[in-house]
Structures are given as C-alpha cells and as structure tokens.
Design a binder for this molecule. Sequence first.
Ligand code: MN
Length: 140
Amino acid sequence: MKSKEAEAEPRRELRVLLAEDNAVNQQLVIHLLEREGHEVVVAENGREATEKFEEGAYDLVLMDVQMPEMSGLEATRRIRKLEANDGEHSVPIVALTAQATEADRERCMEVGMDAYLSKPMKEEELDEILAELSADAPQG
Ligand code: MN
C-alpha cells in the first residue's frame, strides 16, 4: 500500500457497485463512498450484482461474500466469465466478509477477487483501497 503518496495525487470519482444484503452495512459503505464523492449502485444479492454489472460500467465492485440467492463467490465467478466473453479488462473486485481465515481469503482470490476487506469495515482500510484505485486508474 502507498496511501501517503496516493493521497497527494489527484483523485477521480469512482463508480462503485456495492453488493451487500445487510442494510446497516449498505448504509455505512454508501456513506463512506459518497462522502468521498464516489457514485454507488447497490445490489442486494449476488444475482442482482451480476445483472447490474452487465448493465453498467464500474470502476470497482465491493462484494459481500455471504448473500442470499447467490453468494459473492459465485457472482464473482460469473462476472469474470462475462468479462472474458466480452474481452474487456478486469474490474477490481474487493471481497467484504466477516470470515478471516486463510482458506476464506484463498477462496476469494481463486474466484477472481483482487483484495479483501474484513467486516466490520474499517474506514481507513476502505480509504486505502479507494486511494490506490483512484490514483492508479487513468484520468477521465
Ligand atoms: Mn451478507
């Protein structure tokens, strides 16, 4: 992580797909993202996440692992498959989960997630990931 440097660089607004079934966590993440000027689209479960992913262009996906109807792991598998079919670049997918074992992390990486945030979400950890993404991504 290079949060200090990233903070000094110009930021751009990100369009974020938040897949999260818990209303309290939804509101927390929406608050943190909108406060930084980012745009948030919410999906209530994994199936809705894949549908919304297909409909719009996103800079980042925050994916809860445990959701009804379709898990974050399965939704990530499907999103990566959609991307492969379309020949598009990979959108970063960050796992949100209360599970913290090494095996859980590995499972997230195996299905194509890029990073991992443990719940309850820590503001500093989210900020670090956002700073990296908005600094690394091409402007405009
Ligand atoms: Mn959940």
